[in-house]
Ligand binder design. Structure first.
Ligand code: G1P
Ligand code: ZN
Length: 543
């Protein structure tokens, strides 16, 4: 076993996006690619000498190989301890919890979230800070700067660490501790929720299906829902993590979780359905015959969280990403608590959670979470829903109908245009940006523009500023269109168009969402000329 300092050259394009660095797996497997990025992270955080790190991932192809490299590099860089999920597995929220619980100096999470896995698909690596959350921009900027001036990396030559056997071993002076990936997380969930009430719900014949999408939440969901809460065996489907997620996109939405949608909207539907993504931080909620949009789920959870023990004293505040619908704003206003609007990406919630300004946060992209960890948390959302269903005794459809009757309904849809040549996507956004100053007061496809701007955010805790976070155009009557470029794609550019329309009239609460959103969809096209400029007549994915 010996320490090596390997000369290397900087690699272009190692700039972390919305959630770490995501690239094609083969890029990550390329010569020095992973090593350079890991060394850049270590350098950017002042080295890892004497530090402890949590390491784990979603089990996708290359997860295990990458962990071996990271362990050898951490040891070579003088780290004292690596806490690794057994088999290299840790869901993103479980990793966040472990970082916090063990007071470690941060963690490395290997995942490309909901993107497909495999040698020809996607891989990713993200550094989380000691608070358990994704690194804020000033840290990721430093990682990028380090990646551009790297001349060598450090690694020890040694055989592989056994990732399967629980317990401690040593690697070139560093302790490697293999831990059960589920136990600590399950214990945390038990503290937050009324497990007795949920147990009684299942004992009374309530049935659900949880689709783990062949991804990381299978073992977590089986342990908690089936073993702990008494849901029948078979409640969790696709529950074994596979390196290629069974060939699908582990993305919990009506498109990629179509089997679950078909079941829930069909005659054999159980009371409740849910799914989670590749690394376990996203969730999809669907009741019998009733799909709940992520924005509505956030609002419902904020309104009913007091039914769960951890939130019985009320919420300090709520936060949502800018493109997320304003449904939760209406709940916050009625509760008399603050509601923060942040840029896209969970990292922007970190300061608000740390400062005790927000308790529950969410994004339209199926991310919901609270101050129990510093990541969004798919199973947490499912368990909070179960807690609310158990204590209220109502169905998902009843809860949503009552919610809309009280707060109004924010119809919502996101349209994704994928694989657009970068220059074309930039042209659409640049033209919109140039048009903004003159838009207010104009009529687009019959709708009057009430305001138009490019979203910028000043963090209320540390004052940091993030500009260029998406173009938002508000129309009359609570209708809104938002345009932004994805920061997580690995091929070409993705334009996301987010459409919203508020209806408060009791006769308008059960419209077909496509009908309710048709006027704002037309106005969005009129104002952006997206179809004309990209040659795309319809979005690739509608959620
Ligand atoms: C997408 C979602 C965003 C989420 C991120 C990471 O980012 O839109 O809400 O935080 O994935 O899961 P985007 O591709 O839009 O930059
Ligand atoms: Zn994810």
């Amino acid at each position: 076993m010996h320490l090596q300092t390997i000369p290397t050259d900087p690699i272009e394009g190692q700039k972390p996006g919305t959630s770490g660095l995501r690239k094609k797996t083969r890029v990550f497997m390329g010569r020095h690619y992973l090593e350079n990025y890991v060394q850049a992270i270590f350098n950017a955080i002042g080295g890892v000498q004497g530090k402890s790190l949590v390491i784990g991932g979603d089990g996708r192809y290359f997860n295990d190989r990458a962990i071996q490299v990271i362990l050898r590099m951490a040891a070579a860089n003088g780290a004292a301890r690596a806490i690794v999920g057994q088999g290299g597995i840790l869901s993103t929220p479980a990793a966040s919890h472990l970082i916090r619980k063990r007071h470690s100096d941060g963690g490395l999470i290997l995942s490309a979230s909901h993107n497909p896995g495999g040698p020809d698909e996607d891989f990713g690596l993200k550094y989380n800070t000691p608070n358990g959350g994704p690194a804020p921009e000033h840290v990721t900027d430093r990682v990028h700067a380090e990646s551009l001036r790297l001349t060598s990396y450090q690694i020890v030559e040694t055989s592989d660490v056994d990732l399967e056997t629980l317990g401690q071993t040593a690697l070139a002076g560093m302790i490697v501790e293999i831990v059960d990936p589920v136990a600590d997380y399950a214990a945390l969930m038990q503290q937050l929720f009324d497990f007795d009430a949920i147990r009684a719900l299942f004992a009374g014949g309530f049935r659900m299906r949880f689709d783990a999408m062949h991804a990381v939440t299978g073992p977590y969901a089986k342990a908690i829902l089936e073993d702990e809460l008494g849901a029948p065996r078979g409640t969790v489907v696709n529950g074994t993590p596979l390196p290629d997620f069974g060939g699908g996109h582990p993305d919990p939405n009506p498109i990629w979780a179509k089997d679950l949608m078909d079941l829930m909207l069909g005659p054999e539907a159980p009371e409740f359905g849910a799914a989670s993504d590749g690394d376990g931080d996203r969730n999809m909620i669907v009741g019998r015959g009733c799909y709940v949009t992520p924005s509505d789920s956030l609002a419902l959870l904020a309104a009913q969280a007091h039914l769960a023990p951890a939130y019985s004293a009320g919420l300090k505040g709520v936060a949502r990403s800018m493109p997320t619908s304003a449904a939760v704003d209406r709940v916050a206003a009625s509760l008399g608590i603050a509601c923060y609007e942040t840029p896209t990406g969970w990292k922007f919630f970190g300061n608000l959670l740390d400062a005790g300004r927000a308790t529950i946060c969410g994004e339209e992209s199926a991310g919901t979470g609270s101050d129990h960890v510093r990541e969004k948390d798919g199973l947490w959302a499912v368990l909070l829903w179960l807690n609310i269903l158990a204590v209220s005794g109502k169905s998902v459809a009843e809860l949503m109908a009552e919610h809309w009757a009280r707060y109004g309904r924010n119809y919502y849809s996101r349209h994704d245009y994928e694989g657009i040549p970068k220059a074309d996507a930039d042209a659409v956004i640049n033209r919109l940006r140039a048009a903004l100053p003159a838009l207010a007061g104009q009529t687009c496809a019959g709708l009057v523009v009430t305001s138009a701007d490019e979203f910028g955010y000043e963090d209320p805790v540390d004052g940091s500023v993030s500009n260029g976070q998406g173009i938002r155009i508000s129309f009359e009557d609570g209708q809104r269109a938002v345009f932004r470029l994805s920061g997580t794609g690995t091929e070409g550019a993705t334009i996301r168009v987010y459409l919203e329309a508020l209806r408060t009239d009791p006769g308008q609460l059960t419209l077909d969402p496509a009908v309710a959103l048709a006027p704002v969809a037309q106005a969005a096209e009129a104002v952006s000329r997206l179809a004309e400029m990209t040659g795309r007549n319809r979005p690739d994915v509608v959620t």
